[in-house]
Design a protein around this ligand. Structure first.
Ligand SMILES: Nc1ncnc2c1ncn2[C@@H]1O[C@H](COP(=O)(O)OP(=O)(O)O)[C@@H](O)[C@H]1O
Ligand SMILES: [Mg+2]
Length: 312
């Protein structure tokens, strides 16, 4: 990709509201870009808007949600982008697989959606895809049903289905959260292998995973991107008070898996947004300005932070 080519994913001023309730803010002016080959982790406690962000980019958000702002893929607005340019995998693949159809049937159907292949060719491609995601016995697996397979195997099948679309952007919404540590690592290694050909937007609760695997990290708090930057910088110098709180429980990069540590207090209600910084009510160093002016993301491309009070 040349230096002048557009980013693979570009999001600006992305605000998501509930239909008929323009005062709500499930997402609030979210802005970031992803380049091809990038592994980007999005972290933030439950309810911060990670899944809303993923489903909005995918174009599968529930009908009661509305978005404002721009989402571009390879420089084109979302509405003009071929559905196959982006694919998504989920925390519980079993919910997205058809229980009464064999893996082979489902994967072949997905392959044929792209078009141009006969049934026999599509079956061969399905077997190849299963091989690509590290399944050793593709033909045997194709005969199985989702409930005959482990969570890790079903996740591989989901990834194979995603790859069948030849996506440029792979969105993974907590794809390893339900898996044991060994399987988790295998799935992450698999994503790592796929990464050169696409951009990966990886949602996780696991700081260790985010730090070890990502080029960059974004921290979402109550619908706001409060910090974004190179993973090593965010880990070494977490700058937003919320990011600091997340990282305060365990020293980063100790190699251990760890869950997010949330600061005291609870997430602001997205239907009752106040003016000002969404984190103000939980922050230990709130200034007057924090209560009435929303801080924009500021900084350098390597690390930007939305906080009025960085010097404190
Ligand atoms: N369809 C919906 N209708 C109303 N509120 C929703 C809907 N989807 C998500 N929300 C709300 O948006 C916020 C963010 O949710 P979500 O993106 O699922 O969080 P996360 O994935 O970070 O845990 C939550 O407060 C959630 O209740
Ligand atoms: Mg979620």
């Amino acid at each position: 990709m040349g230096a002048g080519s557009p980013p693979l994913l570009s999001i600006s001023g992305l605000t998501v509201v509930l239909a008929g309730r323009p005062e709500t803010r499930l997402l609030d002016s979210v802005q970031f870009e992803l380049r091809k080959g990038e592994f980007f982790s999005l972290i933030g406690e439950s309810g911060s808007g990670k899944s809303v962000l993923c489903s909005t980019i995918m174009g599968v958000a529930s009908p009661e949600l509305r978005y404002l702002g721009d989402i571009h893929i390879e420089g084109r607005p979302l509405a003009d982008v071929d559905r196959g340019r982006r694919a998504m995998i989920y925390q519980q693949p079993i919910l997205y697989l058809n229980p009464v159809r064999s893996i082979g049937f489902q994967l072949r159907e997905t392959v044929q959606m792209i078009g141009g292949l006969s049934k026999k060719e599509a079956l061969e491609r399905a077997a190849d895809l299963l091989g690509d995601v590290g399944i050793n016995d593709p033909n045997e697996t194709m005969r199985k049903y989702p409930n005959q397979m482990s969570g890790g195997m079903n996740q591989r099948v989901m990834i194979a289905m995603a790859l069948a679309m030849k996506p440029k952007l792979l969105i993974a919404d907590e794809p390893t959260s339900a898996l044991d540590v060994t399987t988790q690592k295998q799935i992450l290694d698999l994503l790592e292998r796929l990464r050169p050909d696409m951009a990966i937007l990886f949602v996780t609760h696991d700081l260790g995973v985010a730090l070890q695997r990502s080029d960059r990290i974004g921290v979402l708090y109550a619908g706001q991107l409060v910090e974004i930057g190179r993973a090593d910088l965010v880990a070494r110098i977490p700058s937003h008070p919320y990011t600091r709180a997340l990282f305060s429980a365990v020293p980063p990069l100790s190699g251990r898996t760890r869950r997010l540590h949330s600061p005291a207090g609870s997430l602001a209600d997205p239907t009752q947004r106040e003016a000002g910084c969404n984190f103000a009510s939980r922050c230990f160093r709130t200034l007057d300005i924090c209560r009435h002016t929303r801080p924009p993301l500021k900084g350098i491309p390597e690390q930007a932070v939305a906080c009025h009070n960085l010097e404190a």
